[in-house]
Design a protein around this ligand. Structure first.
Ligand SMILES: [Ca+2]
Length: 216
């Protein structure tokens, strides 16, 4: 997205001394990050699992092939947790990545080739049954041949946690887009029917330097 240049006198003098290409680079570096960091990626939606509405104080089990708003259940099954059943990190609803077996959900994300993006979400675990440690992963798959995926391992200890206080912790990882569309996936590998709980997923463009090696 084009951003008007609002450089002060000192920057303006720099620009005069630079080539056109160099000036454009400086312009983008000076003005894009501040805007991008607050602008969610278009087309990514329902990161808070507020749609569809599950019954209050209960949950809806969704199997492979089911739509979960803009998400799709692509493996096993998951439980969409309704308002009041337990604490949500955002809004009223959250998602247990296991119904009675480990589940997987995914959503495509429209990206800008070469762009750096940050995936944010809140992680907890179903406190109603073991094992205590809930495990899974979040993964971004590049929809292009030969491109690797970026994966963040999920591990959450539910010891001492309750439905009223799930103990959500914020999680974050970054990826550089190598395709016009990538796929964001969340999977439980816990087993037992009491899985990792996620809520408030967002995907936001980051500063290009944030995707340098070692800063993911
Ligand atoms: Ca929510």
């Amino acid at each position: 997205m084009a951003v008007p240049l609002t450089a002060g006198p000192r920057v303006a003098r720099w620009l005069t001394a630079l080539s056109a290409a160099g000036a454009l680079t400086l312009c983008m570096a000076a003005t894009r990050p501040a805007q991008d960091r607050h602008t969610p990626v278009p087309l990514f939606a329902n990161g808070g699992f507020e749609s569809p509405v599950a019954p209050a104080n209960n949950f809806t089990r969704l199997g492979a092939g089911s739509a979960l708003g803009e998400w799709k259940v692509t493996g096993g099954n998951v439980d969409l947790i309704g308002a009041g059943f337990w604490q949500a990190a955002e809004g009223n609803q959250s998602l247990d990545l296991e119904g009675d077996i480990p589940g997987t959900i995914e959503q495509p994300i429209a990206t800008r080739f070469g762009g750096c993006y940050t995936v944010n979400f809140w992680l907890a675990g179903n406190p109603d049954g073991g094992p205590a440690i809930k495990r899974g992963y979040a993964r971004v798959t590049q929809n292009a041949i030969g491109h690797p995926f970026i994966q963040k391992t999920l591990a959450f200890d539910t010891t001492g946690k309750t439905r009223a206080d799930l103990g959500y912790v914020q999680q974050r990882f970054r990826f550089r887009a190598l395709a016009p569309t990538v796929t964001l996936t969340f999977t439980s590998i816990t087993g037992g029917g009491y899985g990792p709980v996620i809520d408030a997923v967002s995907v936001i463009p980051a500063h290009p330097l944030d995707c340098r090696s070692g800063r993911f």
